[in-house]
Design a protein around this ligand. Structure first.
Ligand code: IVH
Length: 677
């Protein structure tokens, strides 16, 4: 080992040790500042001597690697789920069943049920080599680089660890990180996450691990697997993992009977409100491994464990006022402003009243106290009115009759709950909505612009239609300012700097190569979705032909019925639309289809295929592959469907329907095998 190698090794060891004090023992020995100095020194050295970087280097915590596509792999041991219940009598039943299968005294371990995303960590010879998401339980996605940024995940084990170890647990986002992340997202005009679990799961799938490092995620250990592990019970095993470098679970107790379980459940149903991270229940496990074996498992879940889930929390709070918001499609949504109230760890100030019918059914009056509920996973929901607290002479809250933005009288289509503003082309939120649709991923994919920036450009009068985007210049964008308010009501000014401006212009320029079918989708013809646009583009191949097609000609396209055809005709009868299309064409967008791609094989000829769920490659790519091999993508299941390619999280409804109709469901892997055949 030369001098440099030695320096790198020493620094790495020192930093890893401090990480251990900080994350595992909650007992830092040096200041954050001194820690950063050490880390900076190591980063510099590693940059100069990349060959000497150690596999457990603490610089991996900072992130910086980019993962374009997460590889999917099979789990060594399937990741089972838990049977769950909301009722105490089910717990008693669980206890009776377990006892009936055992003849000796028994001990349960009670733990918190963390509300995050399950992760499997593989350690080979003490080194973290792989982190895999749960996926469908048999296969998951490899997210190692992202997981390595999480401080409470050990990169290397210490002590007498086994050759192979699989540690399982949950990646969670503490409330503090969650609130900070959402505040930031709202500031830049991005959709906030509905709950910490979604935020954790979204974070794990970020492409840039440096971004993951900033998300404040944490790992909670709950299970271990491996060959010849030394201990004979769950509790002792997790204690052993603690010796090898993991954090010991924040709460884990052994009890001898179901009464002990109930005590634990009752205690945590109250105390959970003080926890800094989300839990949605309690997990009860038989402690002894031999007894676990005796009780056994089903294909889906162990019989020796059960999850008790907390019921949704409910509070009542006064209604202060009702706002009417106009969405991007013109739908008007009533939103209740509530007296701020604490509910399951977050402060609730607003909650949706959905639509006019909902308000009428709830019979909401001015000054009413409303019941608000929050289950583990959902955003606060209004579930009723506390009628007893209502004033005698309280008046009903009236739904607006005119658009609160542009004043146009509102309309409602028969059979639909939504009330909408029909002033599609001149009502601000609807104009912004069209712009947002235009830049969205499946349309022109201008990702350097987002909702926040569109709003700014619109408010400044720079962009009113999509065509205006192509007239933007460096000068018109540079120095644009946006005032944003934080939670405490303090305002700050953000301004467009050189890099932002260049990114925006580059993104706009790039969009000129987007193929015709997506341009046709982007220009926002009502009822013309992504798939329909593609079919229309393929048949007519040119915007002029589409614009001059008769209703009958349009209806020759599969998927285009009378309603869609009428909408296309109306679109091209509107002079504002025609002018916008003309300007977009002058700007250089693709209004003609390119050469038709020849299928690369006929392996799927004549087959109607549905893809459903999340795959190792983007779904769009999978659909392309189907078409390139002569297959046809269809969107709804029928007898004529040849098969369904099922990814992670395929919708249960779809699965049920496929099963009822006897349509085969195959995995991504099996699908690719078909292509080879
Ligand atoms: S034990 C074989 N313990 O809940 C045992 N799971 O449906 C498997 N979870 O996906 C799980 N906290 O991600 C266990 N203390 C805990 C847990 C826990 C949260 C999650 C886990 C799993 C789901 C069960």
């Amino acid at each position: 080992m030369n001098d440099i190698q030695q320096q790198i090794a020493q620094l790495s060891e020192e930093i890893n040790r401090h990480n251990y004090y900080y994350y595992m023992l909650d007992d830092p020995k040096i200041s954050d500042y001194d820690f950063d100095l050490l880390l900076q020194r190591l980063i510099e050295l590693e940059k100069q001597y990349p060959d000497y970087v150690l596999p457990d280097s603490p610089t991996q915590r900072v992130g910086g690697t980019i993962t374009k596509q997460f590889q999917s792999v099979a789990h060594v041991y399937p990741m089972l789920s838990l049977g769950n219940t909301y009722s105490e009598s089910d717990l008693t039943e669980f206890d009776t069943r377990v006892r009936s299968l055992l003849d000796a005294p028994l001990e349960y371990v009670c733990e918190l049920k963390y509300d995050g995303v399950a992760i499997s960590l593989i350690y080979e010879h003490g080194l973290l080599t792989r982190a895999v998401t749960r996926g469908d339980g048999t296969r998951g996605d490899v997210v190692t680089q992202n997981v390595k940024t999480i401080g409470s995940v050990p990169l290397r084990l210490t002590g007498d660890y086994p050759e192979m170890l699989e540690a399982r647990g949950e990646i969670i986002m503490p409330f503090e990180s969650f609130e900070a992340l959402n505040a930031e997202r709202e500031e830049i005009g991005e959709q906030p996450f509905a709950n910490p679990r979604n935020a954790a799961s979204g974070s794990l799938k970020l492409q840039n691990s440096a971004e993951v490092a900033k998300r404040g995620l944490a790992f909670k250990l709950y299970y271990a697997l491996g060959e010849n592990l030394p201990e004979h019970s769950h509790y002792d095993q997790l204690s052993k993992l603690h010796q090898w470098g993991f954090r010991f679970p924040d709460v884990m107790v052994k009890v001898n009977n179901i009464e002990g379980v109930f005590d634990f459940v009752h205690q945590w149903d109250v105390k959970r409100k003080e926890l800094p991270f989300p839990i949605d229940g309690i997990v009860i496990k038989v402690n002894d491994f031999a007894q676990q074996q005796q009780v056994g498992s089903t294909a889906k879940s162990p019989r020796w464990a059960i999850a008790y889930k907390f019921k949704a929390e409910r509070v009542s709070t006064p209604l202060l006022s009702v706002d009417f918001q106009v969405g991007r499609t013109g739908i008007v949504t009533p939103v209740a402003n509530l007296q701020p109230v604490n509910l399951a760890g977050t402060v609730v100030r607003r909650a949706t009243l959905n639509n006019r019918d909902f308000m009428r059914d709830m019979d909401i009056c001015e000054g009413d106290c409303l019941f608000v509920e929050k289950g583990g996973e959902i955003i606060p929901k209004i579930v009723g009115v506390d009628v007893e607290k209502r004033e005698m002479d309280a008046r009903h809250v009236r739904f607006v009759e005119n658009c609160p933005v542009c004043g146009t009288p509102l309309q409602q289509n028969e059979g639909e709950a939504g009330v909408f503003c029909p002033n599609e082309y001149h009502c601000a939120p609807q104009i912004r909505g069209k712009l947002e649709h235009f830049i969205s991923r499946k349309a022109m994919n201008i990702d350097s612009l987002g909702e926040g920036k569109i709003e700014l450009l619109y408010n400044q009068g720079l962009v009113k239609t999509a065509a205006d985007l192509y007239a933007l210049t460096y000068e018109s964008l540079f120095g644009l300012e946006k005032v944003v308010e934080d939670e405490a009501g303090k305002s700050r000014t953000l301004s467009f700097k050189e890099k932002t401006v260049q990114n925006i212009l580059h993104g706009i320029e790039q969009s000129k190569t987007v193929p015709f079918e997506r341009v046709l989708y982007a220009i926002g013809i009502r009822f013309v979705g992504e798939v329909t646009a593609k079919k229309i583009a393929r048949k007519f191949r040119n915007i002029d032909v589409v614009a001059s097609a008769t209703k009958e000609e349009l209806m020759e396209v599969e998927d285009v019925g009378s309603r869609v055809a009428d909408s296309i005709i109306a679109y091209f009868n509107d002079t504002d639309n025609l002018q916008m299309v003309m300007r977009l064409r002058q700007a250089g967008l693709q209004f003609e289809a390119g050469e038709e791609q020849k299928p690369s094989s006929q392996a799927l000829a004549g087959m109607n295929i549905i893809v459903s769920g999340v795959f190792s490659i983007p779904r769009e790519q999978l659909k392309e592959i189907i078409e390139q091999n002569g297959g046809k993508n269809v969107s709804s299941i029928s007898k004529n469907t040849t098969f369904v390619v099922a990814g992670e999280k395929m919708g249960p409804e779809k699965r049920k329907k496929a099963e009822t109709l006897g349509v085969p469901i195959i995995s991504e892997e099996e699908f690719f095998k078909k292509l080879e055949a």
